[in-house]
Design a protein around this ligand. Structure first.
Ligand SMILES: C[C@@](CO)(OP(=O)(O)O)[C@H](O)COP(=O)(O)OP(=O)(O)OC[C@H]1O[C@@H](n2ccc(N)nc2=O)[C@H](O)[C@@H]1O
Ligand SMILES: Nc1ncnc2c1ncn2[C@@H]1O[C@H](COP(=O)(O)OP(=O)(O)O)[C@@H](O)[C@H]1O
Length: 270
């Protein structure tokens, strides 16, 4: 079985407060983007994981695909599988690529072995892999609250809009990005902006709380966001904890980036 795990962007990201478990309470809108990895899971004699494409930092044994397998293995007697991941989504980008791979491994195992896990049960397993993972068990944009694992469909759609994503050669660690934040209560709740204001009014109203501290530490990121605005983006922002930035356009644009800046552009399909 083959799947194409997508990445996500965050439309607004408010860090509300630090919780007693060390995580931060947040509100964000996760939006799926069809810049995808390629993931294959097939039955095999022994459990094996292989990887091609971009290099993933860290020990392959800790890859979220394998962690997803071991998580389900605890509750179901899963036969061994061979997992191959072709990595395309940039890592350490705020695009949730690793989270998506983990969640899609759960989805493929559920289908392959007829585990009959409903979307809510899959989401609960995914949340054990990482705060962002539950979103990737869903097929539509979601408001994320709690530590990101409580999901609500708020019916927002940018289908048909043109998106440009650009990731400079900077790796931002999620944990480090959270450490640089002073949580605060937002002046306006995120859902109010997203559901009551048109896209054209988001600039200056919809904020990613990571931007200020990450832009200060990595001065090359903000100019990329400004480049997207200069090219005609209706709204542009850093995604998640960075370093990727995205611009939403009413029509297609053809942008050139400096060498080393990974980029993707295309029409949003969901
Ligand atoms: C910031 C966000 C925004 O969507 O995405 P990325 O920019 O990483 O893609 C997410 O909150 C990232 O979620 P995820 O990458 O799954 O994080 P996890 O593996 O659960 O946690 C990694 C570390 O980030 C911090 N963390 C994460 C989530 C959260 N709500 N509060 C936190 O403080 C903790 O220090 C934790 O140890
Ligand atoms: N399948 C995977 N793809 C990418 N990273 C992975 C994967 N499995 C584990 N990781 C680890 O997770 C870290 C963050 O991954 P990623 O989801 O790409 O970043 P972000 O949190 O910025 O969205 C990587 O640096 C890597 O060590």
């Amino acid at each position: 079985m083959v799947a194409f795990p997508p990445c996500k962007i965050n439309l607004g990201l408010h860090i509300l407060h630090k919780r007693t478990d060390g995580y931060h309470a947040l509100e964000t809108c996760f939006y799926p983007v069809p810049w995808t990895d390629i993931l294959e899971v097939i039955p095999s004699d022994t459990l094996a994981f292989s990887q091609s494409g971009d290099t993933i930092p860290g020990d392959p044994h800790d890859n979220l695909c394998l962690r997803a397998y071991h998580l389900l293995q605890k509750d179901f007697t899963l036969p061994p599988v061979r997992i191959h991941l072709h990595k395309i989504i940039p890592t350490g980008a705020g695009l949730g690529g690793g989270s998506s791979d983990g969640a899609y491994t759960l989805r493929l195992l559920n289908d392959l072995f007829n585990l009959n896990l409903a979307p809510a049960a899959l989401a609960a397993y995914a949340a054990q892999l990482g705060s962002d993972c539950a979103f990737f068990t869903q097929d539509a944009p979601q408001l994320g609250t709690g530590r990101g694992e409580i999901l609500t469909n708020i019916g927002i759609s940018l289908k048909g809009k043109f998106l440009v994503l650009a990731k400079p050669p900077i790796h931002v660690s999620t944990a480090e990005a959270y450490a640089g934040i002073t949580p605060a209560t937002p002046a306006t709740p995120l859902t109010q902006i997203l559901t009551q204001e048109p896209l054209a009014a988001w600039k200056g109203k919809l904020h990613n709380d990571f931007e200020a501290s990450v832009f200060a530490r990595h001065p090359s990121i903000e100019p990329l966001r400004e480049k997207l605005y200069r090219a005609g983006a209706v709204y542009a922002s850093m995604s998640g904890s960075g370093a990727a930035v995205f611009g939403i356009f009413d029509k297609g644009v053809d942008l050139a980036f400096d060498p080393g800046v990974l980029h993707w552009s295309g029409v949003l399909t969901r």
